[in-house]
Design a protein around this ligand. Structure first.
Ligand code: VGL
Ligand code: ZN
Length: 213
C-alpha cells in the first residue's frame, strides 16, 4: 500500500522564487520557467504546510553586474564571503519583476520568505545567505512546527533550488526536489551538475505523479 507522503503533517512544500523576472522575457529568464506554475499550484493545493520564497534585492545589490564598470553577468567579484557571481539587475524589491507569477496561487502560502535584501550579501538558499552562516530563520520556522521533511519546486533548479536543497540536507531535513516543478538556467551544464550534486548529498528526486498517487 502506498503512503501518501504529502499528507504527512511533518512535510512542507517550499516554492522557490516563482517570480516574473525568472520567467521567459524576464530580467533573468529561465527557459520554460513558467512551465513550473501548474505543477507548483498542484502542490500548493495539496500540501498542508507551504512556504514561498521571493528573491528581493535593493537597487545596486552586490550581485548586480551593472554596479561594476566593465563587468558582465556571469563574471564574478570577490566579496567578504568569497566569490559572488554577477547577474543582470533582477527582483528589485517592490518592482514588477519581483512580483510572483500572476497565476501562482500565492494565497495558499503560510509564510512568504524574502531573501537577498541585504545590499552586500546575496542569498540563494532559503536557509542561509551566501556567507553560509547567516540564517534566514526558515529552519527555525520549520522546526517550531515539527516539520522535518521539505519538498521543493521553483526556480532556478541550478541556483536557488539547488542551494536550498543542499542546505536543507546540511540541516538534517529530509529533502525532495519535484522534477516537473523545477527548471534551470543550465549555464554550461550547470543543470546536470546540480542534479548530481544534490543526489550525492542525499536529496531525493521525485516525480509529481509519485507524490499524489
Ligand atoms: C536566482 C540567480 C540570482 C534564483 C536568484 O532564484 O535561482 N538566481 N538570484
Ligand atoms: Zn537574486
Amino acid at each position: 500500500m502506498e503512503t501518501n507522503i504529502v499528507s504527512l503533517s511533518s512535510s512542507a512544500f517550499i516554492g522557490v522564487d516563482i517570480q516574473r523576472d525568472f520567467m521567459p522575457k524576464g530580467a533573468l529568464a529561465v527557459q520554460d520557467g513558467d512551465a513550473v506554475v501548474p505543477s507548483v499550484n498542484k502542490c500548493l493545493s495539496r500540501f498542508r504546510h507551504i512556504v514561498l520564497t521571493q528573491d528581493w534585492h535593493p537597487p545596486e545589490h552586490i550581485s548586480f553586474a551593472s554596479r561594476y564598470p566593465g563587468k558582465n553577468p556571469q563574471d564574478t567579484v570577490r566579496s567578504a564571503y568569497g566569490e559572488q557571481v554577477l547577474w543582470p539587475d533582477h527582483c528589485v524589491a517592490g518592482s514588477e519583476g519581483a512580483a510572483f507569477h500572476p497565476d501562482l496561487e500565492v494565497d495558499r502560502a503560510d509564510i512568504i520568505l524574502r531573501k537577498g535584501h541585504n545590499r552586500s550579501l546575496d542569498s540563494y538558499s532559503a536557509f542561509f545567505e551566501n556567507d553560509h552562516s547567516t540564517r534566514t530563520g526558515l529552519a527555525g520556522y520549520l522546526r517550531d512546527r515539527f516539520l522535518d521533511t521539505v519538498f521543493i519546486g521553483g526556480l532556478a533548479a541550478d541556483v536557488c533550488v539547488l542551494h536550498t536543497a543542499l542546505d536543507g540536507r546540511r540541516l538534517d531535513f529530509t529533502v525532495y526536489v519535484i522534477e516537473e516543478a523545477v527548471r534551470g538556467l543550465d549555464i554550461d551544464g550547470s543543470l546536470s551538475r546540480s542534479w548530481k550534486q544534490m543526489e550525492q548529498r542525499g536529496v531525493r528526486r521525485i516525480a509529481l505523479e509519485k507524490l499524489f498517487s
